[in-house]
Design a protein around this ligand. Structure first.
Ligand code: GLN
Length: 474
């Protein structure tokens, strides 16, 4: 048995029947990483010795007892390096505390193991913006794994991790999950604490599970959700038993199809896969209803104003004084300039410049304020649609994983590929990407994801429908 191929559920079963120990699992994961990851680049680091110490103290009777979880490298884990895949922090920052999600994982018996690659500071859709090293799609290593949580998706798909945490500001959990053929769930804004995540755009960021199955995503979500007194945007209400949605039938569930998400620009092979996944849900008793999200065409522009504005403020702390790389310099202004010029990659600089511009006094009303108003319109589109349906189904990405370098010199074409994922973040709703087959490109089978979007706090329905599809598609 290859331990790294196990799901969380199978691993837990193996522990309970005493056929495996956490130390055995960690040791075989480490050797799988050493064997496979050099050609994938999904991990930035791992620390077996530290994980073995954690394993020795973990309680196997807990819900995630002994389960290793790979952690995106912008989530703080006490005593571990946290680089955000940036030269700004690489080798210069060790987390002095656990993020709330990590604290909750540990309280449930899980073991944080391995730091996954990503686009620098989570800015990107391909992982090509990693300031440390490239990450490849395990289904075709000449292609991107998606981003920004590309490493988390790639390590699951290449079977060097059991499960992982990612973050999603505009699609960064769902899009790499789709391109790598794994499950990725973006919770409702406020469902999961952001304390201890290095912030990209604070009104959009959410942390969520990336797993091999929907049932595993439910288990992880149940553990990481819930109140946090260090994040005032995090809801304190009781966390539903997400695992109880697994196995419920979907008879009568109303699924909306937004015409705007099946229009020009969608690759015909991807469209065919997504439509057949929706037909499968229909055959299981769901009712499919056309809906409209008329402000979809404004989503990319709105997102790239709001996200860059918030990023320009959040990244001000990386100045060589408070945090990060410190350049040799003669005076203070030169120190700031040189530290930031040397520490940040091109995409991060582009976003800081754009964000600073849209917030500047002469342009604030024309760009930032206007984008906030359009954001409200986008949210209202979803409010209206959710009066008629329980879920919305769509593609995750307009194309399968593209070739490395294909969009790299044209950032706008890369931004436009975020069209189906970004609105959920602007509206604050939840979404999941589940594998719905593969398409053949250049002789390689490339995964396609089905996106299901749910009402605020509608994760139960995502899990219920996602699991029903997963079982029926087998
Ligand atoms: N691709 C989007 C961006 O580049 C989303 C990134 C994310 O969700 N972190 O901003």
């Amino acid at each position: 048995m290859n331990v790294a191929e196990l799901t969380i559920a199978q691993l837990r079963e193996a522990y309970l029947t005493k056929s495996l120990t956490p130390a055995e699992v960690l040791t075989s994961l480490a050797s799988e990483i050493d064997r496979k990851d050099p050609s994938i680049g999904g991990y930035l680091s791992y620390d077996l010795d530290r994980a073995l110490v954690d394993a020795a103290g973990c309680d196997l009777s807990l819900p995630l007892g002994g389960v290793p979880i790979a952690i995106k490298d912008l989530i703080n884990v006490e005593g571990h390096p946290c680089s955000c895949a940036s030269k700004m922090l690489e080798g210069k920052y060790t987390s002095p505390y656990d993020a709330t999600v990590v604290r909750k994982l540990r309280a449930a018996g899980a073991i944080p193991f391995g730091r996954t690659n990503m686009d620098e500071f989570a800015m990107g859709s391909s992982n090509e913006n990693s300031g440390i090293k490239p990450c490849h799609n395990p289904h075709d290593t000449s292609r991107i794994p998606g981003g920004s949580s590309g490493g988390s998706a790639a390590v699951i798909a290449s079977h060097t991790a059991i499960a992982a945490l990612g973050t999603d500001t505009g699609g960064s959990i769902r899009q790499p999950a789709s391109h790598c053929g794994v499950v990725g769930l973006k919770p409702t804004y406020g469902r999961v604490s952001r304390y201890g995540l290095v912030a990209f755009a604070s009104s959009l960021d959410q942390c969520g599970p990336m797993t091999k199955t929907v049932a595993d995503a439910a288990r992880l979500l149940e553990v990481i959700s819930g109140g946090c007194d260090r994040d005032s945007t995090c809801l304190n209400d009781e966390v539903p038993r997400y695992t109880e949605a697994v196995g419920r039938d979907i008879k009568g569930l109303r699924i909306g199809l937004p015409s705007e998400y099946f229009a020009a620009g969608l690759n015909p092979q991807v469209k065919e896969k997504v439509e057949s996944a929706i037909r499968l849900l229909e055959s299981l008793g769901a009712e499919v209803i056309p809906v409209s999200l008329p402000n979809t065409e404004h989503a990319v522009a709105t997102y790239y104003v709001i996200a860059t504005a918030e990023a320009s403020a959040n990244l001000a702390r990386f100045d060589g004084v408070r945090y990060g790389h410190r350049a040799e310099a003669g005076d203070l202004i030169e120190l700031y300039k040189k530290s930031r010029a040397e520490g940040f990659g091109d995409e991060v600089k582009r976003r800081i410049i754009l964000g600073t511009y849209v917030l500047s006094s002469g342009y604030y009303d024309a760009y930032y304020l206007r984008a906030q108003k359009v954001r409200t319109l986008i949210r209202r589109d979803f409010d209206d649609a959710f009066t008629k349906v329980d879920l919305i189904a769509s593609p995750v990405s307009p194309t399968p994983a593209f070739k490395m370098g294909e969009h790299h010199s044209d950032p706008l074409s890369m931004y436009l590929a975020d069209i189906y994922t970004i609105s959920a973040n602007l509206a604050g709703i939840c979404g999941i990407s589940i594998p719905c087959g593969t398409v053949n490109v250049d002789g390689k089978a490339l995964p396609v994801g089905l996106q299901l979007l749910g009402k605020p706090m509608g994760e139960m329905d995502l899990i219920r429908a996602g699991h029903a599809h997963e079982v029926a598609a087998q």
